[in-house]
Write a protein that binds this ligand. Sequence first.
Ligand SMILES: NC(=O)c1ccc[n+]([C@@H]2O[C@H](COP(=O)([O-])OP(=O)(O)OC[C@H]3O[C@@H](n4cnc5c(N)ncnc54)[C@H](O)[C@@H]3O)[C@@H](O)[C@H]2O)c1
Length: 344
Amino acid sequence: MSQPVRIGLIGCGGISRAHVRAMLSLGAEEIRVVATCDVEQSLAEERARDAGAEVAVTDWRAVVERKDIDAVDICLPHDLHAEVAITAAQAGKHIFVEKPIATTLGDGWAMVRAARDASVVLMTAFVERFEAENWRTKQLLDEGWLGTPILAQVDHLQNVFIPPGHWARERKRLGGGAIASAGCHRIDLLRWFIGEVEWVSAETFYNPDRMEGEIAGVVNMQFTTGAIANLSISWMSPYRAFYRKLWLEGTEGCIHNWNGLHIFSRKKPEWSEGFVKLEVEPVDPFAAELRHFIECIREGKQPLTSGEEAVRTQAVAIAANESEQTGCRVRPADLLARAMEEVP
Ligand SMILES: NC(=O)c1ccc[n+]([C@@H]2O[C@H](COP(=O)([O-])OP(=O)(O)OC[C@H]3O[C@@H](n4cnc5c(N)ncnc54)[C@H](O)[C@@H]3O)[C@@H](O)[C@H]2O)c1
């Protein structure tokens, strides 16, 4: 039987709670937190208690250097992802890192290179790819029920109040604003469903009392296939009318997720009269993504949400920010090529 994957959890704030809950649900024979770390000692201790870890420290280097861990789970502010991940890779540790992979494409690409050089797994926690409705949508697309994708609309409407002094208020630490920070989930999903994005243009809304980066934005995308998509994101939505809409149209059918996953397809008589609601078994997406991480370590596989995938997704988000600043359409591949050249 395989040994459990031994984890060093670095960053014990908000999202780390969901990670620990998911690890506990997978069981100690699969995954075990050995050490926790946070600059706030009390948070490191709290999460160690939750996870049943014996070690709680404030210095992440002390975790990365430990011989009794196989992997790190990085739940840190975005500007710290790269340094910790690269140091972990150099110490031979596998890496599970929260999204977005980094604040710059150069940093993201350096993480990919470091993981490759050390032959360790680098997985980004794009948890939406592991949600049951999104798995089912991808399956239906791959089976051809929608034909060729033509148009997609996605949104992310939330009211995120970031306390004064918190790192996420700073544009540099967040790597932009709401688009790069949370919109990246939706962009990643669209890339998974449709393919690479050729062109991006964006408009944004700022509220400096709440955060430095944009707090709302609309991003238009054209894919290399010719398909088009729109992302609307707001972190100051007073009422969450529809938190995360998905509307996806192809040449043969259409899917939406309003009050459950619904399909219309000309290719199947039962689905061709109108929208039909599909039964989808719910899963804990945090547990599903961690199970995938464990599998990739054990089988030496590239994760579905590999570091490279995450850098490609971030290139679209960063292109959106460049577009809102310059008023021009931006090609993410050009930004990525520039970043790759900068990292030897
Ligand atoms: N559903 C999702 O996908 C989702 C939701 C929320 C956050 N996230 C991601 O999770 C990551 C963390 O976000 P969060 O909301 O938990 O932030 P947070 O601010 O709640 O937690 C970050 C923690 O890192 C600690 N920290 C800061 N500097 C440190 C250092 N040098 N060494 C050790 N610890 C340090 C802070 O004290 C804090 O406890 C981000 O990448 C964020 O985008 C993902």
